[in-house]
Design a binder for this molecule. Structure first.
Ligand code: NDP
Length: 279
């Protein structure tokens, strides 16, 4: 019977550990502060931002909220980031993406001080990950490593296939698995013989953004499958990039959607906020 990797439980464990750490610091007079910036009021972004603020409140992190109008200019947003970079009471800065089209995302990512870049998107932090130096790591891939480790799944020496090469998930995921001594292959939309390649994986990590694309014939018997995708199906129910019911009987462990990777992303964001105090 396959192990269901419980992201809800593991993320709660992490949040409780962080809560203890933050409470101990508070007694010594150290406070952790995250600035959360949202431009416009895209409903999905508002849900994400609210969940992040709720997690901050649970852990004891002070969150400062900046809600800017949809028509905010790039210069205005850059000015706010500059102010937050200089503010010593602010440990972490998060600008909820996507930003409206008049603002260039890469300029915003690069303007945030690497020492306050709790999303781990700044090129300096990405570079640190590449050369194996400490820095902030993108939250979803960092959460997946925690899911594997805390579920007792060994990574070292394993054959890992990551499907997807986005800057936020696929690429940092591959680098992290390499850091954990897996033998890593990255697949993408131009990969030939994807099915055969995926079937070689001991650990298959899927982040392609296509509902239920990965069926049982992509998966080796006994493999571990991590499903990053999140979608709503025709019945308005959440599902992933993996056809769960079909793949479940084949694998040794799998993440469900919801309740797998999703909750880990916020837990690791909180982890980065706490880590930002020492940077
Ligand atoms: P992107 O759309 O940025 O990247 C998708 C990647 O998948 C690309 O590299 C693309 O290849 C590749 N791809 C697309 N189709 C195929 C295919 N048929 N075969 C092989 N590779 C393919 O998505 P993200 O990485 O941002 O996100 C992926 C999924 O994860 C989405 O469903 C997203 O909603 C979800 N997600 C969930 C999070 C969570 O917290 N649970 C957090 C972040 C994302 P190419 O580069 O060649 O175009």
């Amino acid at each position: 019977m396959a192990q269901i990797i419980d992201g809800k439980k593991i993320s709660q464990e992490i949040k409780d550990e962080l809560r203890g750490q933050v409470a101990a610091w508070k007694e010594d007079g150290t406070e952790v502060t995250l600035a959360v910036v949202q431009v416009g009021n895209d409903p999905a972004s508002s849900v994400y931002v609210n969940n992040k603020k709720k997690a901050c409140a649970y852990i004891g992190i002070r969150s400062l909220s900046y809600e800017l109008a949809e028509e905010t200019t790039e210069e205005e947003l850059l000015a706010l980031i500059d102010q937050l970079n200089r503010d010593d009471t602010v440990n972490g800065i998060l600008v909820q993406l996507p930003v409206p089209p008049q603002i260039r995302e890469d300029r915003i990512i690069q303007a945030i001080s690497p020492a306050k870049d709790v999303d781990g998107f700044h090129p300096e932090n990405v570079g640190r990950l590449v050369i194996g130096e400490p820095g902030f790591v993108s939250c979803t891939p960092a959460g997946i490593v925690q899911l594997l480790k805390r579920s007792g799944i060994s990574i070292s020496g394993k054959r890992c296939v990551v499907v997807g090469r986005s800057n936020i998930v696929g690429k940092p995921m591959a680098l992290l698995m390499l850091r954990e001594n897996a033998t890593v292959t990255v697949a993408h939309s131009k990969t030939e013989n994807l099915k055969e390649l995926c079937r070689e994986a001991d650990i298959l990590i899927v982040a392609i953004g296509k509902p239920q694309y990965i069926t049982a014939d992509y998966v080796k018997e006994g493999a571990v499958v991590i499903d990053v995708g999140i979608h709503r199906n025709a019945e308005n129910k959440l599902c992933g990039d993996v056809k769960y019911d079909e793949v479940f009987p084949v694998v040794s462990a799998i993440t469900p959607v919801p309740g797998g990777v999703g909750p880990m992303t916020i837990a690791m964001l909180m982890n980065n906020c706490v880590a930002s105090v020492s940077r």
